[in-house]
Design a binder for this molecule. Sequence first.
Ligand code: ADP
Ligand code: MG
Length: 558
Amino acid sequence: MVKKEFQAESKRLLEMMIHSIYSQKEIFLRELISNASDAIDKIYYRALTDDSLTFNQENYYIKIEADKENRFLKVTDTGIGMTKDELESNLGVIAKSGSLAFKKENEMKDGQEIIGQFGVGFYSSFMVADRVTVITKALDSNEAYKWESQGADGYTIEPCEKDEVGTEILLKIKENTEDDSYDEYLEEYRLKAIIKKYSDFIRYPIKMEVTEHKPKADDDQELEEVKEVQTINSMVPIWRKNKSELTDEDYASFYNDKHFGFDKPLKHIHISVDGAVRYQSILYIPEQVPFDYYSKDFAKGLELYSNGVLIMEKCADLLPDYFSFVKGIVDSEDLSLNISREILQQDRQLKLIAKNIKSKIKKELQSLLKDDRDKYETFYNAFGRQLKFGVYNDFGANKDDLQDLLMFYSSKEKKLVTLDEYVSRMPEEQKYIYYATGDSYERIEKLPQTEGVAEKGYEILYFIDEVDEFAIKMLTKYKDKEFKSVSSGDLGIEEDDKETSNSEQEDNKALFEYMKNKLAGKVTDVKVSKRLKTHPVCLSTEGDVSIEMEKILNAMPD
Ligand code: ADP
Ligand code: MG
């Protein structure tokens, strides 16, 4: 048996592979399972075109076995196997993908599920193993072969015995070092968790022997340890199922399984798009604000899958900040992945998906507002602030997307109303959308500044959130109606009284001069006003920054 060396480039690549391509060691299992699944898929595709071959779903599975004592981890599949030549070219040449070649040969387009494409995933096993042994028997072949390697210095291939078609990959797991522990890759609970995390939606069963604690047959009080082989993965992703097959409970339990939140989802959105970009998605609007939502620790993002395999736990690029409360998953077969299948290159498809998702969320919120006002208000009370920040941020670039989703408390309705509702019931002569700011609805109600506007019968929006006034300053207008603070100097309702004001101003000139001097530095002018009804005096502002905004701006750290 001659030891063959990897090609020079391969050698360097292998070193790099082991040390730097993947940020997490645990993904070696994802890669081996993906290869096993590809190998089974290949038989499946063969059977589609070859009448002599039947594909019986029950005969195809992937098996994981750990031998803690001897530090072996074995991944077995009943897939298509490899011939001697294939072993040589697929595992002897790094960055050569037999799977990519298979896809090309078979001109697979639609329904292409095969995961492999870069020809490096297999070598990730050297991150956790000192020695890797592959025993394989190809379909339509009578010979089995054993490939073995201890890493960069090369590999051997020799004939061996194997009864069934398929492949067995045996990893000799590394001993712990001072810095790294490898024991975990032999632990049942860890292996189970890794399979669940990355490979839950592999379409063939991933079997593993697990220890269960079950009541003893003769005594249901006492538990005994029972070993049994179980299928660890759930196989069919819920998002690939038909909406009509799924109940609200199914969506809610997926939400909880995924630990998206401890609450119930307020609303779910199940999307399946088959156009310029293909993707499936399930999105959730939570009912409650996550405890860290308005803190620095909160990170937005959706789980991203490529063909059912987890690629990224939190893909931030899929959500605009103002919809950062949305949880969920996206699965697409059209993503261009980079070599480690971890980080996506600046991807056009990803951008298209993000855009599409944004408009779906917006539409869904709009119909919630229309069809289920109570639910929308629950949502708005939880996340409305984020929408208002969204209007304010990016210099108002998103205002068109968001303005119809905003709500403010109305002096007339004594509840939250939309801007559209406000504008649609404005009397014809009313020029502005009026608002008043304060700490609470009760306090705003008592503000002298609101009296004149209220007297006219005009509705006033009460702003108690700091961001409110900043947000509407970004909007400037809604349906051609400008916003106007009830504290501003010119309210646009006093023209009729201009004449009398002028004479009154003249009559009281001496008094006003006196007051102005007394309040020097605090006020810029003292004027007669018609807007007061029961209060003797009120403050008003000129210009863009209101008293409330000034307070907030002054309170901000420099
Ligand atoms: P990729 O999966 O991206 O092609 P890998 O390094 O993971 O790259 O695998 C290299 C090639 O080795 C695969 O393309 C496939 O042809 C072959 N291979 C790996 N594992 C198996 C397996 N379990 N059964 C059959 N072929 C396999
Ligand atoms: Mg692979």
